[in-house]
Design a protein around this ligand. Structure first.
Ligand SMILES: [Fe+2]
Ligand SMILES: [Fe+2]
Length: 381
C-alpha cells in the first residue's frame, strides 16, 4: 500500500522498500542471513538494454573527458606498486589494539548477553575476525563495482562516459585483486558476502534503468566505501594496508565523482515521479548498507547469540557515531544531485530519521577529488 505525500505524489512505504515498517527493527534485520554459504557461482538477471552510440564526439562532456584523462594517469599496478614483502601479523596487531583500547566490554554493558565472561583471548580473536570480515566485504563489494561498471559501459548512451567507465572496469579489477591478495596472503580467513550487501548488489544489477546502476553503485556503494576506507586508513597500523587503501581511495574518489557529474545532468530533466523513485532507491540502499555493518557473521562465528549482543552494540552512542560517519560522502553527493529536497523533501526526512542529515553541507566528491590523487607519486616512481 503506497501513501500520498504533501505534493500529491504516491510514495512507497518502508515495508515495501526495505521489508519492514521500522528501519531500526533489529529482529527483522538479523533475520536476513545468507542461506547458501557454500555458493560459488551466483546468478542475477541483468534486465538492461545495451546501447550503442554513433556520436563519437570526444569531449562533448568536458568534465567527463577530464576525468578520463586523470584516470589514465592514475593507473597503478597492484602487484608491483604495493610493498607485499611487508610482514603482517594479524594477532600482533589485534593484541596491540586490545592493549591500547581494550575490547568492546570497556565501552558496553554486556551483562546478560552471554559474552560478559569474554577476556583478552576472545576480544583479540574478535578483532582478528572482524578484520577478516571487513576486508572480505570490501572484496565482495569491489566485485560488485567491477560488474556494475562493465554494465555502465554497455548501457550509458554517452561516448565520454563509456570511455571513462572502461577505465573504472580496470580500476575495479585491480581492487578485487589487491583485496583478495591481502586476504589470502596476510590475514587468517574469508567470510562469504553479507546478505544485506548481496541484496543491494542484486537490486542494482536487476534494474533496467542505466542511471540506477550509477546511483546504486557510484553514489551509494562507492560513497560509503570511500568513507569506510578512509576510516580504516586512519586507524590501521599495517603500512601495507595503509598504502593499499590510499591507492584504492585515489581511484574511488574518481568513481564517485563520475557518478555525481553524470547524474547531475540526467536528474535535471527527470519528472517528479521519476525523482521519487530515485529517492526511494537511495534510501533503500542506505539502509541495506547500514545493516551490513552490524557484523552479524563475526558474532556468530565467535559463538555469541546475535539477538542478545547486537541490540547492545547497535544502541551504543560511539558505535552509532561510527555508523553515521559512513554517510559523510553519500549525503552531500545526494544533495548535489538535488535528491534531498526533490518533491516534498522526502529523502531529507528519511536521512534525518536514520541520523545522517547533518553531513549534507560537507564537501561533495566532485569538488574534493584532487585531494585523493596519487598521480604525482606515480610519476615520481
Ligand atoms: Fe573499487
Ligand atoms: Fe570504485
Amino acid at each position: 500500500m503506497s501513501v500520498t505525500d504533501n505534493t500529491g505524489q504516491s510514495r512507497a512505504t518502508d515495508a515495501e522498500l526495505i521489508g519492514r515498517d521500522d528501519a531500526n527493527d533489529l529482529a527483522a534485520i538479523l533475520a536476513i542471513t545468507n542461506t547458501d554459504r557454500d555458493e560459488v557461482i551466483h546468478h542475477v538477471k541483468n534486465n538492461a538494454d545495451c546501447i550503442y552510440t554513433w556520436d563519437y564526439n570526444k569531449g562533448g562532456r568536458p568534465r567527463l573527458e577530464k576525468l578520463y584523462e586523470k584516470a589514465k594517469h592514475g593507473q597503478w599496478n597492484g602487484e608491483t606498486d604495493l610493498p607485499w614483502e611487508t610482514q603482517v601479523d594479524p594477532y600482533k596487531l589485534a593484541t596491540k589494539a586490545y592493549e591500547e583500547n581494550g575490547g568492546l566490554d570497556q565501552m558496553l554493558d554486556l551483562k546478560g548477553t552471554g559474552i560478559e565472561s569474554w577476556g583478552r583471548k576472545e576480544w583479540i580473536e574478535f578483532e582478528v575476525q572482524s578484520q577478516n570480515w571487513s576486508l572480505s566485504q570490501f572484496m565482495h563489494g569491489e566485485q560488485g563495482a567491477l560488474v556494475c561498471t562493465a554494465k555502465i559501459v554497455e548501457t550509458v548512451p554517452w561516448i565520454d562516459a563509456k570511455y571513462y567507465a572502461a577505465t573504472q572496469v580496470m580500476d575495479e579489477a585491480r581492487h578485487v585483486e589487491v583485496f583478495a591478495k591481502y586476504l589470502n596472503t596476510k590475514l587468517t580467513g574469508h567470510y562469504p558476502i553479507n546478505a544485506h550487501l548481496r541484496m543491494l548488489l542484486d537490486d542494482i544489477i536487476e534494474d533496467s534503468r542505466w542511471d540506477l546502476t550509477y546511483l546504486g553503485m557510484q553514489i551509494m556503494v562507492e560513497g560509503l566505501a570511500l568513507a569506510a576506507f578512509g576510516f580504516l586508513y586512519q586507524t590501521t597500523e599495517d603500512p601495507l594496508l595503509k598504502k593499499l587503501l590510499r591507492y584504492v581511495m585515489s581511484d574511488e574518489a574518481r568513481h564517485v565523482a563520475f557518478g555525481v557529474l553524470s547524474l547531475k545532468e540526467v536528474y535535471q530533466d527527470l519528472t517528479a515521479a521519476e525523482l521519487i523513485e530515485r529517492q526511494e532507491f537511495a534510501f533503500e540502499a542506505a539502509v541495506r548498507m547500514r545493516d551490513r555493518f552490524l557484523q552479524q557473521e563475526v558474532w556468530e562465528r565467535m559463538g555469541a547469540d546475535v539477538n542478545k549482543v547486537i541490540p547492545v552494540v547497535f544502541n551504543n552512542p560511539d558505535r552509532q557515531e561510527f555508523q553515521h560517519l559512513l554517510f559523510t560522502k553519500i549525503v552531500p553527493n545526494c544533495r548535489k544531485l538535488g535528491l534531498l529536497d526533490a518533491g516534498d523533501g522526502w529523502l531529507r526526512q528519511k536521512f534525518t530519521e536514520i541520523g545522517v542529515i547533518q553531513y549534507e553541507n560537507w564537501v561533495d566528491t566532485a569538488e574534493e577529488l584532487d585531494s585523493f590523487s596519487i598521480a604525482a607519486e606515480l610519476e615520481a616512481n
